[in-house]
Design a protein around this ligand. Structure first.
Ligand code: NAD
Length: 436
């Protein structure tokens, strides 16, 4: 077989994806396991479980982009629609070398449950392009984004599937997508994406929404125990968008922020950190380890500090079977996606430490994305107070619903959240019936 043909066959089969696919496959298996657990809890009819286990639509494209060196490179992009029972599809677009069809399927399914838990009338979707944005110029990224948008045009739009930022993408990419889509339609259609700049139909409060939502959920969880956030102490791991906004909003509500950390290390003050001062320090481009108004701590130590609430808001798999037994927090509110392993979950449950799951706790960003879409469609923009008040009400209602489900089914909050998400989609499917 000629070498070129061998190379083309290899490229089409994407053998270079094998390793990352193993991780994506594990995510997919995990998502399917979670669906099955929730189905058992709510005693779901088998036909509904099999419909909800399937992906409604999968779109794969290999598309060419002209690179800065004058050559042409082929990129692979995905978009998956999980199940459209409750409304139009919605989900992020990820640019990362490890993007695979398995990962995209798993994330689309989780998005379906998340939207239902926070009572947003969307169905879960996810997409991505296999690429490393850190190795691409802005012009190359624009080329990828505009060509991918063009390829995607048959399967997305403001009434069918609304795109959003995810790992490796942000408001800049959303602006390119909105512009490309609008050029094709001949009319400016900003509602085809969320997470845009406020100057281009973005919502006030979107950037802060995930962190603010986590603080609201923390307050709701403490209130349920007869406690108050103004009398509580928090430790926050990860001091990026999410962690900074958790610290800012929680300290605004009177909480004592005992410690925070970023990739460079942590800082601790038993009397509470001056969060405003620390945020100014970060704004000047410095890192947490450079902050001198407290005691330096390592990233491992910060997770084990005694406190009322620990918010892991950095990476996945931070609390594992190795350190779960030493955690001294009374409650964990998951800011990041998947910061606890399944083994850690069991240990913490046995130790009576309440865990509020990511799928509920960090849903504030998706919620304000929905508000952005509503504002774009109605062409009537909300004040920051309107956004924050509505976020507050809807997050608290979602917390109460999940907490009630945990009591009703006698399960932990993670299982309860999934049971709510799966149950609402099953209800919609049962009422709609199977077409034709
Ligand atoms: P970010 O990149 O802005 O911040 C990540 C932070 O984690 C940085 O401060 C980084 O220094 C720190 N970090 C990295 N490795 C660390 C380590 N080993 N120990 C301690 N800190 C470490 O990201 P973000 O937007 O704040 O997202 C954080 C997490 O929240 C991710 O899991 C993300 O998927 C999840 N999330 C984010 C949003 C959102 O709207 N931004 C929404 C839902 C979920």
């Amino acid at each position: 077989m000629p070498q070129q043909v061998k190379e083309r066959r290899a490229a089409a089969a994407r053998p270079q994806d094998q390793e990352e696919t193993a991780e994506g496959r594990a995510m997919f298996d995990d998502a399917q396991m979670r669906l099955h657990t929730a189905a058992e809890v709510i005693d779901l009819e088998p036909w509904l479980e099999s419909v909800l286990a399937a992906m409604q639509m999968e779109f794969i494209t290999d598309f060419p982009v002209r690179m800065d060196n004058g050559g042409i490179q082929i990129f692979r992009g995905y978009r998956v629609h999980h199940n459209g029972a409750r409304g139009p599809f919605k989900g992020g677009i990820r640019y990362h070398p490890s993007v695979s069809i398995w990962e995209v399927r798993a994330l689309a399914m989780l998005m379906t449950w998340k939207c239902a838990i926070i009572d947003v009338p969307y169905a879960g979707a996810k997409g991505g392009v296999v690429c490393d944005p850190s190795r691409l110029s802005a012009r190359e990224l624009e080329g990828i984004t505009r060509r991918f948008t063009t390829e995607l045009t048959p399967v997305f739009g403001p009434n069918t599937d609304i795109l959003a930022p995810d790992m490796g993408t942000g408001p800049r990419e959303m602006a390119w997508i909105a512009d490309t889509y609008s050029m094709h339609q001949g009319v400016t259609t900003l509602s085809c994406v969320t997470g845009k700049y406020p100057e281009l139909g973005g919502s006030l409060g979107r950037k802060e929404a995930t962190g603010r939502g986590i603080t609201i959920i923390t307050d709701a969880a403490l209130t349920e125990r007869g406690e108050h956030i103004s009398k509580s102490s928090l430790v926050v791991q990860g001091f990026g968008n999410v962690g900074q906004n958790v610290a800012a909003t929680a300290s605004h509500m009177g909480a004592k922020i005992l410690a925070v950390s970023d990739v460079t290390g942590g800082v601790y003050n038993e009397n509470g950190l001056d969060v405003e001062h620390l945020l100014k320090h970060m704004e000047s481009g410095k890192m947490v380890a450079d902050y001198r108004e407290g005691q330096s701590l390592g990233n491992d130590e910060i997770l084990l500090l005694p406190c009322d609430v620990l918010v892991p808001a950095a990476l996945e798999n931070q609390i594992t079977e190795k350190n779960a037994g030493q955690v001294q927090a009374r409650m964990i509110v998951e800011g990041a996606n998947g910061p606890l392993t399944a083994e850690a979950d069991i240990i913490l449950q046995q130790r009576g430490i309440r865990v509020v799951p990511d799928i509920l706790a960090n849903a504030g960003g998706v919620l304000v994305s929905y508000f952005e879409w509503v504002q774009d469609i109605s062409q009537l923009f909300w004040t920051l107070d309107q956004v924050n008040d509505t976020l507050d009400k809807k997050m608290r209602l979602s917390y109460e619903m999940v907490s009630q489900a945990a009591r009703d089914y006698g399960v932990d909050m993670r299982t309860a959240a999934l049971a709510v998400g799966v149950g609402k989609n099953a209800d919609a499917l049962r009422i709609r019936g199977i077409y034709p």
